[in-house]
Write a protein that binds this ligand. Structure first.
Ligand code: URA
Length: 225
């Protein structure tokens, strides 16, 4: 077993690099990590969230999508991207020809961060400490799933996967390689499309999002041929 120091995102860490693990072992590891993450108290976000929302999908998924954090609906359901942003995401994936590609969907942060506004729970962006605390789970997911292509949806996911120098609008469509993922790209978060001020800008943003996902489909095709 060789020990190597690997740079990943904003943090360096010691990792054992040994023989490749079988898919069955990686699936077992993922199940174990999912179970462990239920009791996660690596930062304080667990105190106000209903539950940990771990990633969904299987080991061997060729595509991994990483969002920011669960929203209100995801916090209640315990699954990523099941609310309005998730519906838009699935619509865009289908439009880009990725609707049937085995996909692992997760978030950079696994607990919903919110503040009350009247009766509503309003999303609050996770801070750096919270992002760093949750980095452990994202690394575990990447190591277990070993996707061919990873897509960061929005700035928080881009930061978790690629570090703070990456900018969504400047870097969307480019490809990056990290210690844990051979092909990482960045696009907008689907919520930003839902927030577009009018129909015209929303349609334009959606078309650009689908175009980014079409590039992902092309890259996936290239990685199998
Ligand atoms: N937004 C995210 O980033 N992730 C979700 O799971 C839902 C909304």
């Amino acid at each position: 077993m060789v020990t190597a120091t690997r740079a990943f995102g904003a943090c360096d860490r010691e990792t054992d690099v040994g023989d490749a693990l079988s898919e069955k072992t990686r699936q077992r590891l993922l199940t174990l990590r999912r179970r462990e993450a239920r009791a996660c108290q690596r930062c304080d976000l667990w105190t106000r969230a209903t539950q940990t929302v771990f990633g969904e999908g299987d080991v061997g998924a060729r595509l991994m999508l990483v969002g920011e954090q669960p929203g209100d609906a995801e916090d209640v359901e315990g699954q990523p991207f099941v609310g309005p942003a998730g519906r838009l995401l699935h619509q865009a994936l289908a439009a880009a020809g990725l609707g049937r590609v085995p996909t692992y969907v997760t978030n950079a942060v696994k607990h919903f961060k919110w503040e009350p506004r009247g009766k509503r729970r309003i999303h609050v962006k996770p801070n750096t400490a919270e992002l760093m605390a949750c980095q452990y789970w994202l690394e575990q997911e990447l190591e277990a799933v070993q996707p061919s292509v990873v897509v960061a949806l929005g700035a928080t996911a881009a930061r978790a996967l690629l570090g703070s120098a990456v900018r969504v609008l400047k870097d969307r469509g480019k490809w990056f390689e990290t210690a844990l993922a051979k092909a990482v790209t960045v696009t907008v978060h689907p919520s930003s499309i839902l927030r577009a001020p009018d129909r015209e800008s929303r349609d334009r943003a959606m078309a650009e999002f689908v175009r980014d996902l079409e590039r992902v489909a092309k890259r996936l095709k290239k990685s199998t041929s």
